[in-house]
Design a protein around this ligand. Structure first.
Ligand code: ZN
Length: 308
């Protein structure tokens, strides 16, 4: 009897640990809002924790921002920033060579165009966000409007964190793009990846777009989110440690051939406490990730792979 009780308490302790230590916060932001009212309305009918980022000079942007806020969603400004690749640019796209006054003017107008915004993320922007002086001008403006910066991470060498130092602006970073491909199976894969990153690292931010395929996948997958993952707004992650764990998810690195992928642990098997403690050395990992992300080779690869 005693043996059974011990087993039971160990199991309960394990369950408690797994639901507290490993609970993951997942923020999903749908950006490029302002041009596709049909899909955007479908997104506004999703859980309130799904947040939206609105393009300031878009056809339906202002109305959508107001509606999103009324329906309880967090609103961000989706501000066009200069990419490295040559492509048609939105009006008032931020460039690194713009003066502080001009950047301030564009951000002021964006704040007026996108009512209720509490944060801002970049539309494209690999040339702008990788420029420290350019981003310092952006952060000084964001500080005046009390906006946080969600770095869409269109380039690994983004200077947003460095640029925000001393300004009081909080910076958070996108981990997963949901719909680089609009193939539903691919989007489902990316969604699952975001969920796993949230479970492993404590939190993760995913960005998607108002494509019909993205809407369908979210409608399918949001209701069956694992119990240990909570949908949150990006502003709820502003004080989370910014863990940049470059280690691939186990499934991606080496799919086990002989072992089942998610072996079910029968009741009575105690969780290994050492396994729970074996968290990565975040500081070391962060430094490594930063230096890898800033390396010339990585910059070259990312510029080639993500022409935003
Ligand atoms: Zn965009």
């Amino acid at each position: 009897m005693l043996f059974t009780c011990r087993k039971l308490s160990a199991l309960l302790a394990g369950l408690l640990l797994s639901s507290t230590v490993w609970a993951g916060k997942l923020a999903i932001v749908i950006d490029d809002f302002g041009y596709r009212p049909k899909e955007e309305n479908q997104i506004l009918n999703m859980p309130q924790a799904i947040s939206v980022a609105v393009l300031p000079n878009s056809t339906h942007g202002k109305a959508m921002a107001i509606k999103a806020h009324q329906m309880g969603h967090e609103v961000l400004i989706h501000l066009p920033m200069a990419p490295l690749s040559k492509q048609p640019l939105e009006k008032d796209t931020l460039r690194p060579d713009m003066s502080s006054a001009e950047i301030e003017r564009i951000i002021r107008e964006a704040v007026n165009d996108v009512p209720h915004a509490v944060g801002l993320n970049n539309h494209m922007g690999s040339a702008m966000t990788s420029n420290l002086f350019g981003m310092q001008k952006v952060m000084q403006s964001l500080a005046k409007y009390n906006l946080y910066f969600l770095d869409s991470m269109t380039i690994g060498s983004s200077q947003s964190l460095r640029a925000a130092q001393g300004t009081g602006v909080k910076v958070i970073k996108r981990r997963v793009f949901l719909d680089d491909s609009q193939n539903e199976a691919e989007i489902r894969k990316q969604f699952t990846r975001a969920v796993k990153l949230a479970q492993r690292d404590g939190s993760a931010i995913a960005i998607g777009h108002p494509h019909p395929s993205t809407v369908r996948v979210l409608q399918q997958m949001l209701p069956s989110l694992p119990a240990d993952v909570t949908l949150v707004r990006p502003s709820q992650l502003l004080n989370e440690p910014q863990r940049v764990n470059p280690a691939p998810l186990p499934k991606e690195s080496s799919p086990p051939v002989s072992k089942p992928r998610n072996p079910f642990k029968p009741a009575g098997v105690c969780p290994n406490p050492h396994a729970l403690k074996a968290m990565p050395d975040i500081t070391g990992v962060e430094i490594l990730a930063e230096s890898v992300a800033n390396s010339e080779a990585m910059r070259y690869l990312q510029q080639r792979m993500i022409p935003r």
